[in-house]
Design a protein around this ligand. Structure first.
Ligand SMILES: CC(C)(COP(=O)(O)OP(=O)(O)OC[C@H]1O[C@@H](n2cnc3c(N)ncnc32)[C@H](O)[C@@H]1OP(=O)(O)O)[C@@H](O)C(=O)NCCC(=O)NCCS
Length: 173
């Protein structure tokens, strides 16, 4: 099955996605040990998320894309950047797809859209991300999209009492 056959739409998030997005983030936080967020879930109300999404829509160097299936958010990919002029060109990338939808090419498609958006933004010149060294699938995906390893941060994260190395990767645009 492909993402086309499943009728999944990838588009920019809008304020009315707030509740579904929060549910997606809450569910995916514990599907793997790879997310920084854990069982505490997103500590934000739907109303705050709604305002945050409106701010993102108005920003030139931030974006949040969602993958939607049957009116539910099942994937999200983002670029977050600061408004300070000295670092406004640095975008931090994040992506998570609900486990049920892995392996359909959605991660690849969403990252391609993120790269297109960042290139066309005219502001973002460096994309960066952190990924756990043990997260082989995500590292493969990022390398495929042209991200390079810059550093390995030892004990960069603690999951269920175990420390894991975290890779810092970047791609210049
Ligand atoms: C990482 C993630 C976004 C990938 O999404 P996806 O939709 O399954 O990705 P795709 O189907 O586009 O591609 C997966 C790629 O990984 C490859 N892959 C699958 N398992 C792998 C493994 N164990 N090791 C290496 N590569 C692997 C696939 O072959 C495919 O590569 P290809 O296109 O070159 O054939 C998704 O698994 C996810 O959300 N994981 C949990 C959250 C997460 O880890 N996010 C990143 C945190 S930094």
């Amino acid at each position: 099955m492909t993402q086309e056959a499943l009728d999944i739409v990838i588009r920019e998030a809008k304020p009315s996605d707030a509740e579904s997005l929060l549910q997606h983030l809450k569910t995916t936080a514990t599907e793997t040990g790879f997310m920084t967020m854990g069982k505490e879930g997103p500590r934000i109300t739907a109303n705050e998320e709604k305002k945050q999404l409106a701010r993102l829509q108005a920003s030139c160097n931030n974006v949040l894309l969602v993958a939607v299936h049957q009116e539910e958010v099942i994937g999200s990919a983002s670029v977050h950047a600061d408004s300070s002029p000295k670092i406004e060109h640095i975008g931090e990338v994040g992506i998570v797809i609900a486990k049920e939808y892995w392996g359909l090419g959605l991660g690849t498609l969403m990252l391609e859209e993120i790269l297109d958006w960042a290139t066309n933004s005219g502001i973002i010149k460096r994309l960066e991300l952190t990924v756990q060294a043990r997260n082989k699938k995500a590292r493969h995906l990022y390398e495929k999209m042209g991200f390079q390893l810059e550093a390995t941060m030892q004990r960069g994260v603690k999951d269920e009492g175990q420390y894991h190395d975290v890779c810092l990767m970047s791609k210049l645009l």
